[in-house]
Design a protein around this ligand. Sequence first.
Ligand SMILES: Cc1cc2nc3c(=O)[nH]c(=O)nc-3n(C[C@H](O)[C@H](O)[C@H](O)COP(=O)(O)O)c2cc1C
Length: 156
Amino acid sequence: MSQDASHDSPTQNLRRLVYYSRNRVTGAPAAMNETIRGILAVSRANNARVGVTGALMFNAGCFAQVLEGPGEAVESTFERIQQDERHGEVSLLAFEAVETRLFTEWSMAFVGASQADAARYGDLAGESGFDLSRMTGDKLCAVLHGLALEEEAAAA
Ligand SMILES: Cc1cc2nc3c(=O)[nH]c(=O)nc-3n(C[C@H](O)[C@H](O)[C@H](O)COP(=O)(O)O)c2cc1C
């Protein structure tokens, strides 16, 4: 059954999950872009079907993702994602009950790919390219949400 993220009921078991992982996609930039495009296309189709929304950031050797929606849908989506060999060392930062979604408009926003974002993300990830370990789920989620809003405004 298809679900509409704009019609969440307050009694629904809404959950938000935040993780980061190490990117294992290798190859020339064009091939990597193609891989990311594929992940996004599948994610958007699957997530829309089960009422999951969120954002994915990819840069500097890692992924960071927020998934939100009905608890079972978020869990089963994350189970699949964890088994994906295109990334590894998946670290869960948050999995919690929430009252409202942050990413209502996005079945999976893609953020952080622009030059400006890359510079800001570089600060977050640290010079090593992979130091999200000290980030809290709330902070990472806020960063992704800010980037999604900015990219939406820039595209308008
Ligand atoms: C970093 C990353 C994020 C992903 N995010 C999602 C997602 O939000 N939703 C989803 O369905 N699949 C996501 N995937 C893809 C899944 O791992 C898996 O390949 C896909 O769900 C399989 O879908 P299919 O059975 O329809 O082919 C992601 C993969 C990676 C590497």
